[in-house]
Design a protein around this ligand. Structure first.
Ligand code: TNX
Length: 540
């Protein structure tokens, strides 16, 4: 299989660079193997049906058909039985994906039909996202008024066998610095699904706002949710709002990871409850962008109230979380003494583990040697590790856990673009502290297993692209910062490392990748995603 992969990737990279307007067949993230034989395409027409078989296949088929019906105007019934040449066949059956890989699938397309097969419904869903990219971009339309695209609703003859490199392929949205309503989060989930990301980490609390209803501590979303950065107004999710997000994600086989950032980044909570403060005085709500000034209180006189707060919050958040993970922060607690930090982290992580969830923490939490076994670390230093970051990341592995890679100089979607453009609402967006602006090339040319010595594929849970929102106030601005760089991160997280060279993506891999980015760009156009048309990509 490795030889086939090498041959296919070799052939792909040998392609000449696509130019503006060239039709590119291709999928982001690049599949493990994909061949496009010179043969007749598949044609979706008014007689086409989606034939679904196996556990969970009908729901995946229905989600695909719903969108395809809107765009084509075809009836596209979801049925079971025998597939005809004009049908799509969606199969979930043990042993039908490549090597039984979790989330793997095979896709065959040609004049005699399209067949996607997978071991799991999740794998089948990932396969439908490849199919979506192989169809004309008009498949993203919300109504059929535009008629048939030139050439019809065709899928090129294709033979794809695919499975992800990493199990955890995430994006993070900071809804604390600025609040984003449910609809914005649902739209972000839809766009994530297109590139096979499977985790949305929601940064729900910070100094500037607490964004999730907690019944036992109602002022968290009273006083605590009234502000945001720059006086742009507050907001929070009720439990029903939050369930809508979780459900929409689950339909797309995306897991929501809630983050409550502790013990620093807690001014919103401290402003809502004086008793959480060592001096018993509630600070004012905060609308600036400094970090590292707030902390829960480690003093014995506050032990009862603080532990009750930790138990209530982790319990209520866990109850809303069908997924296995609870992110409890731990970053930048710069006003907490080392002794207090270690004491608080032990209590915070224990409260999280008591809910039955696996705790995730930013890499600083690795300073603690008393983490619950299996705690996951999220690395956010640079591709060249600074200070104690590498040792702190390895500490999670030493305590039985694994690591999520989010190097800030390549994976942070809130860093400025290199050409420093105006965002959709006119302002300059983003920060530059992580080694300056970040280009699409830089987001692509790194390998997660080459960042921290001793943390290779086996020690990695996966990769995540965080989007912090100090400078970002609107949904179009989120999209502008995330797209197209999130495509690079999705490729790093899903696709095999390049077979040639030292296994790290390099300049030679850029033209082929940019060609596929342009192809996905046409789908983003049809979806009205406000991406930044980065120079160098042969946009249509
Ligand atoms: C660092 S990354 C932070 C956040 C900021 C971000 C801005 C991390 C764990 N903490 O509090 O929003 O930089 O890029």
């Amino acid at each position: 299989a490795a030889a086939v992969v090498a041959a296919v990737l070799g052939a792909l990279t040998a392609c000449t660079a696509p130019e503006n307007g060239d039709a590119v067949t291709g999928i982001v993230p690049a599949p493990t193997s994909a061949e496009y034989p010179d043969a007749a395409p598949f044609r979706l027409d008014a007689s086409s049906r989606v034939v679904a078989s196996g556990a969970g296949a009908a729901a995946v088929a229905e989600l695909f058909a719903e969108q395809a019906r809107r765009a084509t105007g075809f009836e596209l019934p979801v049925v079971d039985g025998e597939a005809a040449a004009s049908d799509l066949s969606f199969v979930v059956a043990a042993g039908s994906g490549p090597d039984g890989a979790e989330e793997g699938y095979t896709l065959e397309a040609g004049a005699d039909g399209v067949r996607i097969a997978a071991d799991t419904a999740a794998g089948l869903f990932r396969g439908t996202q490849s199919l979506r990219q192989l169809l004309p971009p008009a498949i993203e339309r919300t109504d059929a008024a535009g008629g048939e695209p030139d050439g019809g609703w065709t899928v090129p003859a294709a033979s794809v066998a695919d499975a992800p490199r990493f199990a955890y392929r995430g994006a993070m949205l900071d809804v604390a610095r600025h609040f984003f309503p449910v609809e914005d989060v649902l739209a972000y989930l839809d766009a994530m699904a297109l590139v096979k990301l499977n985790v949305l980490h929601l940064h729900l609390t910070d100094d500037q706002g607490w964004r999730l209803q907690i019944d036992a501590w109602p002022e968290l979303t009273g006083i605590g949710a009234s502000t945001s950065v720059g006086g742009d107004g507050g907001g929070f999710y009720t439990k029903d709002d939050y369930r809508r997000i979780v459900d929409h994600a689950a339909e797309r086989f995306i897991t929501i990871v809630p983050e409550v950032d502790l013990p620093g980044h807690t001014n919103a909570a401290l402003s809502a409850y004086p008793e959480l403060n060592c001096d018993g005085m509630a600070p004012e709500p905060y609308e600036g962008t400094e970090v590292g000034f707030s902390s829960l209180c480690a003093a014995p006189s506050r032990a009862e109230v603080t532990d009750r707060f930790l138990a209530d919050v982790t319990r209520e958040v866990a109850e809303l979380t069908p997924g296995p993970w609870l992110h409890l922060g731990g970053d930048e607690s710069l006003s907490t003494s080392t002794e207090d930090y270690l004491d608080l982290v032990r209590r915070i992580a224990a409260a999280g583990a008591a809910t039955g969830k696996t705790v995730i923490g930013w890499h600083e939490m690795g300073a603690s040697r008393e983490l619950p076994p299996g705690t996951i670390g999220q690395y956010w230093s640079f591709v060249e590790p600074e200070d104690d970051a590498a040792a702190q990341a390895r500490s999670f592995v030493e305590q039985g856990g694994r690591v999520i890679m989010s190097p800030a100089d390549v994976a942070y979607l809130d860093m400025e673009y290199v050409d420093d453009p105006q965002g959709p609402l006119g302002g300059r967006l983003g920060l530059d502290w992580a080694k300056g602006p970040t280009s699409l090339d830089e987001a692509f040319k790194w390998d997660p297993a080459a960042v921290v010595p001793g943390i290779g594929d086996d020690e990695l849970l996966g990769v995540e692209a965080p989007l912090w929102t100090e400078t970002i106030r609107a949904h179009s601005e989120l999209e502008f910062m995330a797209f197209p760089r999130i495509l690079a991160i999705a490729e790093v997280a899903w696709s095999p490392r390049p077979a040639g060279g030292d296994g790290v993506r390099g300049d030679a891999d850029i033209p082929e990748f940019f060609g596929r980015v342009a192809a996905v760009g046409q789908h983003l156009d049809a979806l009205d995603v406000a991406y930044h048309p980065v120079r160098g990509v042969p946009w249509a």
